[in-house]
Design a protein around this ligand. Structure first.
Ligand code: NAP
Length: 242
């Protein structure tokens, strides 16, 4: 059976991904920073729970040791845990209203979870992934991490586009790590995905998609075949411009 770990899986997109992979027969570990929330989610799904705070190196190491003890390998890692970051002066998460609100501190906070956290999880679980005969990693990114999509010149008139410099930079960094790891580890299928704007706690449920729609590309990338894509930035509509 395929052994899968999903970070931040106690709710929302991670939880829905866990539900679908359990239904496909995976042994799913629900990673949650709050052990009680993780246990409740795992019980509801018929999954297993593992305490994992992606900003806490000791917690990540302990989670890897638990997987080593219980399964001896990891087949699929879904780096899903993420935060929008800085709450601006208008109270909107991830949206500094002015360029002057962006500081190293606001960037550090969002990078700590979305970039350093994902990187450290991958680092600690790589030895277990290399024991799989078909290791797969999914980094949950965002269309906002696309540098190509940032409006320039006349495109500045696009009304729906919102600047989120810290969050967007963190996802662009995650995308680059994905491309670099795909080069360094050709036996690994590692892709970065854009779930699309999905109604979750992340955006006060303003997203326009359901969690089923949002999780679709995560599930697709988690179940990619041995000859499937690697080093790609993907959505349900196909490749996303970097
Ligand atoms: N929703 C969207 O529209 C959208 C669009 C594009 C990309 N994404 C990305 O999709 C991923 C999931 O988003 P979501 O909408 O499901 O968000 P969400 O509803 O806010 O859920 C985020 C999950 O991540 C967990 N988490 C946060 N910090 C963590 C940490 N330090 N260690 C471990 N877990 C942590 C949360 O745990 P707690 O319950 O303990 O807080 C929660 O389980 C994120 O990476 C996000 O950037 C979302």
């Amino acid at each position: 059976m395929t052994v899968t770990l999903i970070t931040g899986a106690n709710k929302s997109l991670g939880f829905q991904t866990a539900r679908e992979l359990v239904a496909q027969g995976h042994i799913v570990y629900v990673g949650a920073r709050d052990p009680e929330k993780g246990r409740r989610a795992a019980d509801e799904l018929g999954a297993k729970a593992v305490q994992l705070d992606v900003t806490d190196a000791d917690s990540i190491r302990a989670a890897a040791e638990q997987l080593q003890r219980e399964q001896g390998r990891l087949d699929v890692l879904v780096n899903n845990a993420g935060i929008p970051g800085h709450v601006n002066s208008a109270g909107v998460p991830g949206h500094p209203s002015t360029a002057t609100e962006l500081t190293a501190e606001t960037l550090r906070e969002v990078f700590e979870t979305n970039v350093f956290g994902a990187a450290q999880v991958l680092h600690e679980f790589l030895p277990l992934l290399t024991k799989s005969d078909h290791p797969v990693v999914v980094n949950v990114s965002s269309g906002l991490g696309s540098i190509a999509a940032v409006p320039r010149g006349e495109e500045r008139a696009i009304p729906s586009w919102i600047p989120v410099p810290g969050y967007a930079a963190s996802k662009a960094a995650l995308n680059m790590l994905t491309a670099q790891f795909a080069y360094l580890l050709p036996d690994l299928r590692i892709n970065t995905v854009d779930p699309g704007y999905t109604a979750t706690d992340f955006n006060g449920h303003r997203g326009t998609q359901t969690v089923e729609e949002g999780a679709a590309i995560i599930v697709q990338a988690a179940t990619v075949g041995k000859d499937g894509p690697t080093g790609q930035f993907l959505s349900v509509h196909g490749p996303v411009a970097w």
